[in-house]
Design a binder for this molecule. Structure first.
Ligand SMILES: Cc1cc2nc3c(=O)[nH]c(=O)nc-3n(C[C@H](O)[C@H](O)[C@H](O)COP(=O)(O)OP(=O)(O)OC[C@H]3O[C@@H](n4cnc5c(N)ncnc54)[C@H](O)[C@@H]3O)c2cc1C
Ligand SMILES: NC(=O)C1=CN([C@@H]2O[C@H](COP(=O)(O)OP(=O)(O)OC[C@H]3O[C@@H](n4cnc5c(N)ncnc54)[C@H](OP(=O)(O)O)[C@@H]3O)[C@@H](O)[C@H]2O)C=CC1
Ligand code: HEM
Ligand SMILES: [Cu+2]
Ligand SMILES: [Fe+3]
Length: 488
């Protein structure tokens, strides 16, 4: 082992100066730990601090004892597993089989598997580490726990970040015993069922932001499409036709035409699946049939799509604020002024342009402000403080209002450009016209479903009425449905 690995994660001085880690009272529940690595050391600190007495089993206790706080007993593996009923296996999977000599002593005890496979290991083995441990020690009860907690969090205490510790085991009593320990250590146990779930639990720390992959790819795809489209219109066309170099537009101008389009299209894609779902329910005349998978999945990713839309819109606003700062803008203003002077004109003021700009800026700010409310309420702590009605008012009603405001912002920005030949470059229409299609469909459809004939039928369907057949049951299924389709 290198010197780095030999350094104790917990310095003795620090631990000794902390009164709470003094020797545990003799009647404290005793816990065993096999292994003396980083995880074992952090676990010991936490367990001692939570009132447990700890015995550590090492292959070489003489060498490792110095790394542990004085309250812990460090001894040989065989001795350590003798008295405690609960034993943590703080070792890597490949070393589990080295414990087989302890089989007889371990019989009937609870083994806690804390291990995390690497990504390659996870895919190489069909069974989870915990199931493998259980197969090596058929007379023991194996509980999977703590793998999602880092050694660092264990040591410093669950002050921030996620406190949840998923637990699974085939034996309810063992699971309960470990759950109580988890709670005593300041974490929150989450029952994940039987040991088969260990594979899922072991995959948890391997996942980076699940649920964001498809929305992020969607946003990137839209960004790439609009960026290329704007590049062709704003940079390539002037270069090819007039030999003008407008490449300076790449970092700010083209980006600020691209970002709002991405934000706007994403926002409309948040509200499109709700409309499709309503249309499908109207057509089927029942809500008791599953939506097709793609729609189901889409409904479940609205939160991520919405937050990405908010992110792009916020960037768009920042870029817009920066436009007047750019040198391009300064030169343009000066050149225009010179032109005015040379033409002997004193007052440049186009009333229509002034109003158009004032209105579209104001609408943009209002739209972004409304979107921020949605973003704020999607924070779990805020969402938890709202009841369902309040949450769905903000998300559904205010979100739709944000979509309408964005549409008005885009329309007033575009004004008459869609109908002027000079704004078609290489026959390509102005970018904003491409973005208007989906939002307008969503807004029209929402309006349509508000008509009494549709809305009455829709709300009856949502209360359990069926086209052919009576009322099935009138449980508050709206809640269940809504919760199932949200990622709060
Ligand atoms: C910045 C931002 C943050 C977001 N954060 C979240 C978040 O944290 N969590 C989240 O889930 N989503 C979030 N979203 C996504 C989105 O705001 C919500 O999913 C929103 O509830 C969708 O509203 P909806 O009206 O389209 O869909 P839904 O409310 O699901 O309704 C679907 C359809 O059914 C109709 N309908 C719904 N309920 C009834 C009823 N009881 N009676 C009759 N008709 C009904 C609606 O009119 C609609 O046509 C966020 C979006 C953005 C932009
Ligand atoms: N570090 C972390 O943040 C986290 C770790 N885990 C899991 O905890 C387990 C231990 O991790 P960690 O403490 O970081 O690893 P370390 O390498 O620091 O510790 C492993 C320990 O295993 C013991 N061991 C027993 N038999 C063998 C053997 N044949 N060969 C090598 N070592 C052996 C050693 O103790 P001795 O020499 O005293 O016998 C050693 O200290 C792993 O399964 C890991 O996935 C889970 C979550 C977070
Ligand atoms: C503080 C808020 C906002 C400000 C200050 C703002 C400002 C602007 C400005 C200055 C333009 C013209 C850009 C250019 O000259 O190329 C513009 C265009 C646009 N904005 Fe905004 N905006 C805001 C919010 C939003 C929001 C929330 C959305 C939608 C989600 C949005 C969507 C658009 C669209 C689609 C365009 C047209 C882009 C194009 O085709 O060129 N904006 N906005
Ligand atoms: Cu998913
Ligand atoms: Fe595995």
């Amino acid at each position: 082992m290198s010197g780095e690995m030999d350094k104790p994660l917990i310095s003795r001085r620090l631990v000794d100066s902390d009164g709470s880690l003094a020797e545990a009272p003799s009647d404290a529940p005793k816990v065993g730990i096999l292994g003396s690595g980083d995880f074992a050391r952090s676990l010991v600190t936490r367990l001692l601090g939570s009132g447990f007495s700890v015995v550590v089993g090492s292959r070489n206790p003489k060498r490792t004892a110095g790394l542990f706080p004085s309250g812990a007993q460090v001894t040989f593996q065989a001795e350590a597993v003798d008295s405690p009923d609960v034993i943590f296996v703080a070792m890597f999977r490949e070393h589990y089989s080295s414990l087989c000599g302890l089989s007889d002593q371990l019989a009937g005890k609870i083994l806690v598997d804390v291990s995390n496979p690497t990504e390659q290991e996870h895919f190489r083995h069909h069974e989870s580490n915990a199931e493998y441990l259980a197969s090596l020690f058929p007379t023991c009860t194996v509980v999977k726990a703590f793998n999602v907690i880092s050694a660092w969090t264990l040591q410093s205490g669950p002050r921030d970040g996620n406190r949840q510790v998923p637990i699974c085991s085939d034996h309810p009593e063992a699971k309960r015993a470990v759950s109580e320990m988890v709670q005593a250590m300041g974490f929150m146990p989450v029952d994940m069922g039987s040991l088969v779930s260990a594979r899922e639990v072991e995959a948890m720390p391997l996942r980076l932001l699940p649920g964001w992959k498809v929305p992020a790819l969607l946003a990137l795809g839209l960004f790439a499409f609009f960026y290329v489209y704007n590049f062709i219109r704003d940079v390539l066309q002037p270069y090819v036709r007039d030999g003008k170099s407008k490449f300076y537009k790449l970092p700010v101008s083209v980006v600020n035409t691209t970002l709002p389009c991405v934000a706007y299209v994403l926002l409309s894609l948040v509200y499109l699946p709700g409309v499709l779902a309503a249309a499908l329910q109207l057509r089927r005349g029942t809500k008791y049939r599953r939506f097709p998978d793609w729609l189901d999945h889409w409904l479940q990713h609205r939160k991520q799509i919405g937050l990405l839309s908010f992110f792009c819109a916020a960037l768009h606003a920042l870029y817009s604020f920066c436009l007047p700062l750019s040198r391009v803008n300064r030169y343009e203003v000066v050149n225009l002024a010179i032109k005015q002077v040379l033409a002997n004109k004193s007052h440049l003021w186009i009333e229509e342009e002034v109003w158009r700009m004032e209105i579209y800026l104001s609408l943009g700010v209002l739209a972004l402000g409304t979107l921020s409310l949605l973003a704020i309420t999607s924070l779990p702590s805020i969402a938890n403080s709202l009841n369902w009605k309040e949450f769905s008012f903000v998300q559904s009603t205010l979100g739709f209002i944000a979509l309408v405001l964005s549409t008005l912002h885009t329309l007033t920005y575009g004004w008459t450009r869609a109908f002027e030949d000079s704004h078609y470059k290489f026959y390509l229409p102005p970018t904003f016209t491409l973005t208007l299609l989906v939002p307008c469909v969503v807004i029209l459809a929402k309006g349509l479903f508000l008509l009494p004939c549709f809305s009455r039928r829709l709300s009856r369907i949502r209360r359990g009425w069926e086209k052919d057949g009576g009322v099935k049951f009138t449980l508050p299924t709206d809640h269940a449905l809504a919760q199932k389709t949200s990622h709060v």
